[in-house]
Write a protein that binds this ligand. Structure first.
Ligand code: FES
Length: 452
């Protein structure tokens, strides 16, 4: 039995530049219009859409197949979608003038196409050509650099509702030649669009990268721009075994601190209530959020269990920002703050739970062991430590983000890294904790929980 009345497979395969594909023939716009028209027609619960790889008819894209009828449509430009939805999906009558009737010929076209692709691949392989996947990996930094420069120069705000290269160049105080090249490249990576020599923000850039937009994320994303400089020292950091960036071990500038805390707040605001929901707070009356940054998790704890006395501990330069975010959440009276350096200053005692989120990756194994011993002393009998971090699988090559993040810590810290669940459990038991366990939660992080 069909779960949905219709199931559409629409090709959204991209191909190397200059090679015909459904995406180069606006498959993404067709897909967007398709979703919109299906909703408008009230067919959301009748039709499932699945995007798929190459169907072998690239020269005639965008291509799609509608099952269970097995009807193939080629060259489905956005303007054809409404009729297909109304006639085929709503009234059950395929649009015969666009449906492929030439089944045998079409089958041969598909076979010929895949044979051609196979032959080309074999030819390139014999010639020792660097494959596209490897090239794409090697050049990935270029696209990243383009958008980071756009962010650093606040190009997206300068464009506003639309501007020429000359107008933007005046606003950012840069020559027209280089400004225009950057704007064109931003169009090429589809963060901007251009029409009649005027540049416009896309839905994505106008939502997140323009000053004054409700989801303006420039400040948080600037943290990534700051990381760029450190990552460029990776080769030397690998050779030396630690960070070699001259400024990496120094105190962050106030601007970098603001960007970092803002980035952390943005990420944590979304995840915190979900993470806190996974933590059993039975019997918890006093909680320390160690290195709590913006207080996003403390806020989530306070909302889940208003009776708990919560303290956020962080560096003196961070605490004013913590207070600001806590006040914005209307919890200034509920959540306490304490300033200090967690590696050497007293963070108090008598806690039933110490929450350590995104802290351990900054430290070496030895430093983590030392920290866990101090946390144990700060806990009440039967108290718990709850660690949240990017925890690696036993062979340390996955999850992908956690494995890559280990290098972020290599270039940024003296001894930080990402660690496996087994390593955390080992340090916790050496610090005197018991019943240590790894708890997988939805998302990129995991929890490690142990009892005093
Ligand atoms: S790219 Fe869509 S059919 Fe080949």
């Amino acid at each position: 039995m069909e779960v949905f009345k219709y199931h559409i497979f629409i090709c959204t395969q991209t191909k190397p530049e200059g090679v015909e594909s459904c995406v180069s023939k606006s498959a993404e716009q067709t897909l967007a219009v398709m979703r919109e028209e299906i909703s408008k027609a009230g067919l959301d619960s009748d039709v499932q859409i699945t995007t798929c790889g190459c169907l072998g008819l690239c020269g005639k894209g965008p291509n799609m197949i509608i099952y269970p009828d097995g009807v193939w449509y080629s060259e489905v430009s956005p303007d054809k979608v409404q009729e297909i939805v109304q006639s085929h999906l709503k009234n059950g009558v395929p649009v015969s003038r666009w449906a492929r009737a030439d089944q045998q010929q079409m089958k041969q076209e598909i076979i010929d196409h895949f044979n051609k692709v196979k032959a080309l691949k074999e030819l390139l392989d014999r010639g020792g050509m660097v494959p596209d996947e490897l090239n794409a990996l090697m050049r990935g930094f270029m696209e990243s650099r383009i958008i980071l420069t756009g962010l650093e120069l606040d190009i997206f705000s300068a464009i506003g509702t639309g501007a020429s290269a000359k107008q933007v160049s005046r606003k950012i105080h840069a020559p027209v030649r280089s400004t225009e090249a950057l704007l064109n490249a931003l169009c090429a990576i589809r963060v901007l669009r251009k029409q009649d020599e005027i540049f416009y923000n896309t839905t994505l850039s106008s939502r997140y990268l323009v000053a004054g937009s409700p989801d303006d994320s420039r400040s948080a994303l600037m943290h990534i721009a700051h990381l760029w400089h450190r990552w460029s020292t990776l080769t030397d950091a690998v050779k030396k075994g630690t960070s070699v960036a001259k400024d990496a071990l120094k105190k962050r500038s106030p601007e970098a601190t603001r960007a970092f805390i803002s980035a952390m707040h943005k990420n944590a605001s979304f995840a915190s209530s979900m993470v806190v929901a996974q933590i059993d707070l039975t019997g918890v009356n006093s909680l320390l959020d160690l290195g709590g940054g913006s207080g996003a998790y403390a806020i989530a704890f306070a909302r889940k269990a208003p009776h708990i006395k919560i303290t956020v501990f962080d560096l003196p330069e961070v605490i004013p920002l913590t207070k600001k975010y806590i006040a914005q959440a209307g919890l200034a009276e509920t959540i306490q703050t304490k300033a200090g350096d967690m590696t050497r200053d007293d963070f108090g005692k008598g806690y039933d739970l110490v929450f350590v989120s995104a802290i351990c990756h900054m430290f070496s194994p030895k430093e983590n062991l030392k920290l866990f011993k101090r946390i144990k002393r700060a806990l009440n009998p039967e108290g718990r430590i709850v660690i949240q971090d990017f925890v690696l699988n036993p062979d340390k090559t996955s999850p992908r983000f956690s494995a890559i993040f280990a290098l972020n810590m290599l270039v940024n810290t003296r001894g930080g890294g990402t660690y496996s669940g087994k390593e955390y459990i080992d340090w916790l038991s050496r610090a005197g904790f018991h019943k240590a366990e790894l708890v997988k939660i939805p998302g990129p992080t995991s929890l490690v929980i142990a009892k005093k």
